[in-house]
Design a protein around this ligand. Structure first.
Ligand code: COA
Length: 178
C-alpha cells in the first residue's frame, strides 16, 4: 500500500495525477535535467503517458517513488524515491527538485527519509546511486546522507559515478552523528 513520509519540513506522498503538469514542467527545465541520466524525450506526449502509467502502477515494495511538498506550502516541489537500477538487481536512490527550491537542504532531507524507508521498512541491505560525474550538487547530497563513492560504472547508456551504502554502516553512522 502506498505510504507517505514526513520530515521536519517536507511531506513525501504517493504521486498523484494532479501533479502531472507540475512534474512535466520540472522535467522540461534544462537546468533540472542537465545531468540527469534519463533525458526527458523531445516529444512530451509519450513522456506524459509514461509518467501517468508509472504514477498509476507504483506497487512493488522495492519501487517507492514519492512526490514532495513543503508542509507549510503544499504543492509539488520535486520527487524522491528508491527503485531498481535498470535490471542490475541493485536498488538506487534518486531525487530531483524544481529550481526555485534548490539550496535549502530539501534534497538531503527527503533523501534521508527515503534511505531510512529503504533500509528499515523495505529491509534493503544496500542502496546505490548513480550520477553524471559532473553533477557535484547531487554528489554532495549523497555524501551528506552517508553514501560513499564506489567507482565508475556503466548505466543508462553512459559512464556514471556510482555511490553506495549498506544498512548497518549507514544507520550506525547517522545515529552516531545524531
Ligand atoms: C541535485 C539537487 C537535487 C540538490 O537539491 P537541493 O535541495 O539543492 O540539495 P541540498 O540543499 O540538500 O544540498 C545541496 C548541496 O550541494 C551543494 N552544491 C550545490 N551546487 C554545487 C556545485 N555546483 N558544486 C558542489 N556542491 C554544490 C550545496 O552547497 C549543498 O551542500 P552543503 O549543504 O554542504 O552546502 C537539485 O539541484 C536538483 O534537483 N538538480 C537537478 C536534478 C538532479 O541532478 N538530480 C540528481 C540526479 S543524480
Amino acid at each position: 500500500m502506498p505510504i507517505s513520509l514526513e520530515t521536519e519540513r517536507l511531506r513525501l506522498y504517493p504521486p498523484r495525477i494532479a501533479d502531472l503538469e507540475a512534474r512535466l514542467a520540472m522535467d522540461r527545465d534544462p537546468d533540472v535535467m542537465r545531468f540527469l541520466l534519463r533525458a526527458t524525450p523531445e516529444d512530451i506526449d509519450p513522456h506524459r503517458a509514461d509518467i501517468r502509467r508509472k504514477i498509476l502502477a507504483l506497487a512493488s515494495p522495492a519501487h517507492v517513488f514519492w512526490h514532495v511538498e513543503e508542509k507549510d506550502a503544499p504543492g509539488f516541489i520535486g520527487c524522491c524515491g528508491v527503485f531498481p537500477l535498470e535490471d542490475s538487481g541493485m536498488i538506487e536512490i534518486g531525487y530531483r527538485f524544481v529550481r526555485r527550491v534548490w539550496g535549502r537542504g530539501f534534497a538531503t532531507e527527503a533523501a534521508v527519509a527515503a534511505l531510512d524507508h529503504g533500509f528499515k521498512h523495505i529491509g534493503l541491505a544496500r542502496i546505490v546511486a548513480v550520477t553524471d560525474p559532473r553533477n557535484l550538487a547531487s554528489q554532495r547530497v549523497l555524501q551528506k546522507i552517508g553514501l560513499r563513492p564506489a567507482g565508475m560504472a556503466f548505466h543508462y547508456g553512459r559512464d556514471v559515478k556510482m555511490f553506495e551504502c549498506r544498512r548497518a554502516s549507514n544507520l550506525a553512522a547517522r545515529l552516531g552523528s545524531a
